[in-house]
Every structure is written in structure tokens, then in C-alpha cells.
Design a protein around this ligand. Structure first.
Ligand code: PBG
Length: 330
């Protein structure tokens, strides 16, 4: 074969919008987007979250509207987080049937339960007065097995409230198996488990701590993964799948695309990724300064997460992004 200079010209595959559209390897679809939402007990109007411009702590009413909007936009689901008025050492409000999260699960299911997968964060950090994801030993360490007992109770409460899927974000060993058994024993065989399998101890959760008014002092490095570790994610994922995870997650997304690609290549269950609060905040801050083009940056960021291998993406941009996707296909 002659090697005429310029014979192989990849630029012809990029020459027109129609050609680029035809040859795109990755596409975004609203069904692959999940919107995380916050509700705060006792609010009379939505309260802005300073470090996440455009995101609010909802009232129960405004949460219902956000859920209806998410359904109208064709999203795949919503992930519910709730902040109670009263916190204590064991996170009692997480397991009370009339605890705020359990109430809003029922609200969301009533509002749009046929159109969306209604998902709930199954973790104690929003409910404990010390802000850790579990209960503590007398010396202040996070007690893995005592926490599992609380998670089992919490799973039953969330399932009773109507949750379709529970998001196990606490990074306790054995949590997936314990929650699966608890749900099955209570007859909730159809409630699915999303295991936050590879969840890293990340600085990019910073704005979320404001969003949920976290009381945490210190960090979560004794239970969340070390950002240095890539191979270890494969162990976490394998264990969660063996314990019964229906979906596994990599979190955060953008600084962990290598991990996401590894997991996507080997997982036998669907893979989610979470574009977390700090990723959102960075894009918003840079865009507000005119340093990046907001819409293009958002589209590119979520596309990259899909390209790396996520089957679906949790992102605070979900509803807005779905609106843009609808415009593009019109
Ligand atoms: C724990 C939880 C956290 C996030 C989701 N679930 C916080 C943490 O682990 O410290 C962070 C999400 C985000 O930053 O957007 N319940």
C-alpha cells in the first residue's frame, strides 16, 4: 500500500455536524440521568446552598415539584437525601416511619413513582449528631457491625415507605448482604440495591457537607477508599456483587474515570457514577467567572463519565441537561 501523505484523513469524519452526529460513539439520554435532591425538615421555603449555586434544600412541597419536573424531563430516577431537625448519636430519625426521609420517599413515590425509580440514600450521616456514616464505639471509632444493625432497620423503613431502590453509601463492610437479607426477610424482594462500591474519601464532597449541614469533624478515611487505590476498587465491586448488589457505583466520577473504566470492563451488573457536589461546584464557579462555557462544560463532563463506562450518571444537572437533550433532537 502506498503511503501517500494525507491519504488517511480522519478529518473527513469530523467535517460536518451530520457526520459527527452519525459517528459519535457515546450519546446522552435522559433515562441515564438520576437527579440527587435534598429536602430539609421544617423549611417553609426552599433554601439555597451557597456552595452549589442553583441547588436548594427543598421543602416537602418544592421537593414534590422537583420530582414531577424530573419525571416530565424523562429522567431515570431521583436520589433522595433528607436533613432532620433533630439528630442524635444513632441517627434515630433515619428509622422512624415519620422521619423526614421516609416521609419524602412516600411523597416522591406518590408524585411520580410510575415514571421514575425513586431512590433513597441509605446512610446515617445526615441523621447523626457526630456526622459519621455509622454509630460510634465508646472511644469514638465507627463501629462496623453495630452500624449494620442500623442499616438493616433503615432499609426496612425505606422499603416500607415505598423506595424502589436504596443507595448504600456508608462503606461499611458487609452492608450489602445485611441489607439484602433484611429486605428479603421483610418480604421486600423487589427493592433493588445500589452499592456505592468504590466510594473514595474525597475532598470533592465538600459542598454536600453544606447541603446536608453535616456535623462531621475529621474525615471518613477509616471507611471510604483511599484515593491512591485503583486495584482495590475491583475487590470492593466483586464483594458487593457477591453480596447481592443490583447496581454498583464509582464515586466521585471525574477524578476516578480510570476506576470507572476498570469497573465497567469487568462488572456483571450495571455501573453508575456520581458526579458529586464538588464537581458541580467547580463547573459553576468557573462558569460564573466566564472562564469556561457552562453548557458545553456540563455536556462534556457528563459525556466523559458515560464514555468512561458509566451506564447511568447521578448528577445535579440531570433535569437541566435532559432539557437540552430534548432541544437537540427537536
Ligand atoms: C453519604 C454521602 C455523601 C455524598 C453522598 N452520600 C457524603 C460523604 O460521603 O461524605 C456526597 C455527594 C456529593 O458530594 O454530591 N451519605
Amino acid at each position: 500500500m502506498t503511503t501517500t501523505p494525507g491519504r488517511v484523513r480522519l478529518r473527513r469524519t469530523r467535517a460536518t455536524p451530520a457526520m459527527r452526529r452519525l459517528l459519535a460513539e457515546t450519546r446522552l439520554h435522559p433515562a441515564e440521568l438520576v437527579l440527587p435532591v435534598f429536602v430539609r425538615e421544617g423549611l417553609t421555603e426552599p433554601r439555597p446552598i451557597t456552595s452549589m449555586p442553583g441547588v436548594v434544600q427543598h421543602t416537602r412541597d418544592s421537593l414534590k415539584r422537583a420530582v414531577a419536573d424530573a419525571a416530565a424531563a424523562g429522567l431515570g430516577g431521583v436520589m433522595l437525601f433528607a436533613i432532620p431537625t433533630v439528630r442524635d448519636a444513632v441517627g434515630s430519625q433515619a428509622t422512624e416511619p415519620d422521619g423526614i426521609l421516609n416521609l419524602v420517599i412516600a411523597d416522591a413515590v406518590a408524585e411520580a413513582g410510575d415514571a421514575l425509580v425513586v431512590q433513597a440514600d441509605l446512610c446515617l450521616d445526615e441523621f447523626t449528631d457526630h456526622g459519621h456514616c455509622g454509630v460510634l464505639t465508646p472511644t469514638g471509632a465507627v463501629d462496623n457491625d453495630a452500624t449494620l444493625v442500623r442499616y438493616a432497620d433503615m432499609a426496612r423503613a425505606q422499603a416500607a415507605a415505598g423506595a424502589h431502590l436504596v443507595g448504600l453509601s456508608g462503606m461499611m463492610d458487609g452492608q450489602t448482604a445485611v441489607v439484602r437479607d433484611a429486605l428479603d426477610d421483610a418480604g421486600h424482594h423487589d427493592v433493588a440495591l445500589l452499592a456505592y462500591a468504590a466510594k473514595y474519601a474525597s475532598a470533592f464532597y465538600g459542598p454536600f457537607r453544606e447541603a446536608v449541614e453535616s456535623q462531621l469533624e475529621g474525615d471518613r478515611r477509616t471507611y471510604q477508599m483511599d484515593p491512591a487505590n485503583r486495584r482495590e476498587a475491583a475487590r470492593e465491586v466483586a464483594i458487593d456483587i457477591a453480596e447481592g448488589a443490583d447496581v454498583v457505583m464509582v464515586k466521585p466520577a471525574m477524578s476516578y474515570l480510570d476506576v470507572l473504566a476498570d469497573v465497567a470492563a469487568t462488572s456483571t451488573v450495571p455501573v453508575a457514577a456520581y458526579q458529586v457536589s464538588g464537581e458541580y461546584a467547580m463547573i459553576e464557579a468557573a462558569a460564573a467567572n466566564g472562564w469556561i462555557e457552562r453548557r458545553r462544560a456540563i455536556l462534556e463532563s457528563v459525556l466523559s463519565i458515560r464514555r468512561a463506562g458509566a451506564d447511568h450518571v447521578l448528577t445535579y444537572y440531570a433535569t437541566e441537561l435532559a432539557g437540552w437533550l430534548a432541544e437537540e433532537t427537536r
